[in-house]
Design a protein around this ligand. Structure first.
Ligand code: ZN
Ligand code: ZN
Length: 598
């Protein structure tokens, strides 16, 4: 090759590097994916200064002979190195074979590799081959990338601060560890171990290594399949909440993907179990015939489309909803409750300043202990709905009686005129009277609203509602929504509605206020969906119609409230996703008062 051609190639690589490499994470990703393709069972990622100074990836894979080791850095000779194994082989985003030369063009790279027969060490500085030497026969490949962008200062400036770069990398390595629980991963930064997995092919163990035991204890296994898809994985108890989507990991045929639709199906399945701006922790593995998948090749992310999205949506929704409906979801107040990100191990791998050292032996010990206790006595998954004891099955309870996801509770008093204290043989309960009442009303309104022929009642005195003209114009276009709700009205001059009749459910609260709220929702609606509209109205009206905090309710009211809560579809959270009830189990109480040894 002439000198000019070589210069052209170096330049082309540098240009390509600008597209492929934006973050240190992109380098780590390329090297780790190469290691996986080389059938490694152990991959070590060692960073200095979040990878800005040095990224070293060591694997025990098949290695390369000398010829391939040199060719790996050549842009045009790469086809020899790539094999199309399956559709997902383009997880390397079409840049497979180009990424390595690109990385080498903007850094100092050392490649040490052995296939067991020959050992080779190649050194490249800024894309220029410096040396090729024989090396030892340690099976596998080690690639060291130093001083990224040292020769392109403009790009160097684009790197974010060290914490941000590190958080991208930990996020990526976490997700790879979750997709390959059979590979041992180790990630260090400045010699501090951040993650270490054992390659024992136990997904829950990897979850434990990443998120810690308090999270692991609150993960629930799920699985299901239909004609087109098979899904399995873990979802978190609703009480475990994160304020971003980072902890939702989606794997399709073993590859980490991004797909906002699937994330929405998951969060929609948690509707009213968690607040709207919160997200569960989820690892969802989807198996599908690659024919149904369309991969959108993009240099920095893996986006994917499914041709049968509807059946996937149905499957995910059904599996998660049914799982949540099968569980008793009363948070145990005596256990470590995880509501705030900053207080928990969940965030330690994500949050700046908190890259905690990984304690392998402690993790292993804890996890073994956890596995033992869950095998012997399944405290976490009370999957079988509460079985009524023979003696307590009273005549009142028929077979199609409410779900009763909570055992009968007996109120003993009221604290701060807000929290009902109740008990049964299992323990003590605290119930937020407003949240509980809100849940009861919400389910009632939802049911009434979905009634196609709602019972309507004429108002003795019609209610007059007047609107500013801009609102009235929007309202006029959407009067059919009022018809649908069973609200009978008359247009009265300009900007005024005369409400003559209303559905019975609307009489349960301050009618005029509720009407105004409904119309507010209609007027402010964007991206209208009837189901959401009704849900929003039900939640809003339910809140207004419910007992407030600081209302001194009587013993009989408490009894009625608890019974009605018990018959709710989801008695555990209010429509806004806040808890209605928490518990101290009998055992917790004995432990707290040192009556029980543990
Ligand atoms: Zn409320
Ligand atoms: Zn609420």
């Amino acid at each position: 090759m002439s000198k000019i051609q070589i210069m052209d190639e170096v330049l082309a690589n540098k240009i390509a590097a600008g597209e492929v490499v934006e973050k240190c994470m992109n380098v780590v990703k390329e090297l780790v994916e190469n290691a996986i393709d080389a059938q490694s069972t152990e991959i070590k990622i060692d960073l200095q200064d979040s990878g800005v100074k040095e990224i070293k990836v060591t694997d025990n894979g098949i290695g390369m002979d000398q010829e391939d080791a040199v060719l790996a850095f050549s842009r045009h000779a790469t086809s020899k190195l790539t094999k199309e194994k399956d559709l997902f082989h383009i997880h390397s985003l079409g840049f497979r074979g180009e990424a390595l030369p690109s990385i080498a063009s903007v850094s100092n790279v050392t490649l040490k590799t052995s296939n067991g027969e020959t050992g080779t060490e190649v050194e490249i500085h800024g894309g220029t081959l410096i040396s090729v030497n024989p090396s030892d026969l340690t099976q596998g490949t080690t690639i060291t990338v130093k001083n990224l962008f040292y020769n392109t200062p403009v790009r160097l400036k684009y790197l974010k601060n060290l914490y941000t770069e590190l958080s991208y990398i930990t996020d990526y390595v976490n997700k790879m560890a979750l997709s390959y629980p059979n590979i041992r991963f180790q990630l260090t930064n400045n010699d501090k171990v951040l993650l270490k997995t054992d390659g024992s092919n136990r997904l829950l163990k990897v979850i434990n290594d990443i998120y810690g035991l308090s999270v692991t204890k609150k993960m629930i296994e799920i699985h299901g399949e239909n004609e087109d898809y098979k899904i399995e994985g873990y979802i978190s108890y609703p009480e475990l909440q994160k304020s971003n989507k980072n902890a939702i990991t989606l794997l399709v045929n073993g590859r980490v993907i991004r797909n906002l639709d699937i994330i929405r199906y998951i969060t929609d399945s948690y509707h009213t179990y968690i607040p709207q701006d919160k997200y569960p922790i989820v690892v969802l593995k989807i198996e599908v015939d690659p024919i149904l998948v369309d991969v959108n090749v993009h240099p920095t992310k893996m986006d994917i489309k499914f041709s049968k999205m509807d059946t996937l949506k149905d499957l995910i929704t059904k599996v998660i909803t049914e799982k949540l409906e099968s569980l008793t979801l009363i948070p145990d107040a005596a256990l470590e409750t995880i509501v705030d990100e900053n207080k928990t191990r969940i965030s330690t791998v994500y949050t700046p300043n908190k890259f905690e050292e990984f304690n392998e032996s402690k993790k292993e010990e804890e996890f073994q202990e956890f596995e033992k206790t869950t095998l012997n006595f399944d405290v976490q998954e009370k999957e079988v709905p509460y079985q009524k004891e023979a003696s307590s099955t009273s005549i009142m309870e028929t077979t199609d009686s409410p779900k009763e996801r909570i055992k009968k509770m007996y109120p003993v008093g009221l604290v701060h005129a807000t929290y009902i204290v109740a008990e049964n043989e299992d323990g003590m309960y605290l119930i937020d009277q407003h949240a509980a009442n809100e849940r009861i009303n919400y389910e009632y309104y939802l049911k009434e609203m979905s009634n196609p022929k709602p019972e309507i009642i004429d108002l003795l005195v019609p209610i007059t509602l007047e609107f500013p003209s801009n609102e009235y114009l929007i309202l006029k276009e959407n009067l059919n929504l009022l018809d649908q709700l069973g609200i009978v009205y008359e247009e009265f001059g300009f900007q005024t509605l005369l409400i003559r009749s209303i559905p019975v459910w609307l009489t349960k609260s301050n009618t005029e206020q509720a009407l105004r709220q409904i119309i507010d929702i209609i007027v402010s609606k964007e991206d209208f969906q009837l189901e959401r509209f009704l849900d929003h109205i039900a939640a809003t009206v339910a809140c207004k119609a419910s007992i407030k905090a600081n209302d001194h309710i009587m013993q009989e009211d408490m009894e009625v409230l608890l019974e009605r809560l018990r018959s709710c579809e989801n008695p555990f959270t209010c429509p806004h996703g806040r808890p209605t009830i928490i518990t101290y189990s009998k055992y917790d109480l004995e432990k707290l008062f040192k009556r029980a040894m543990s």
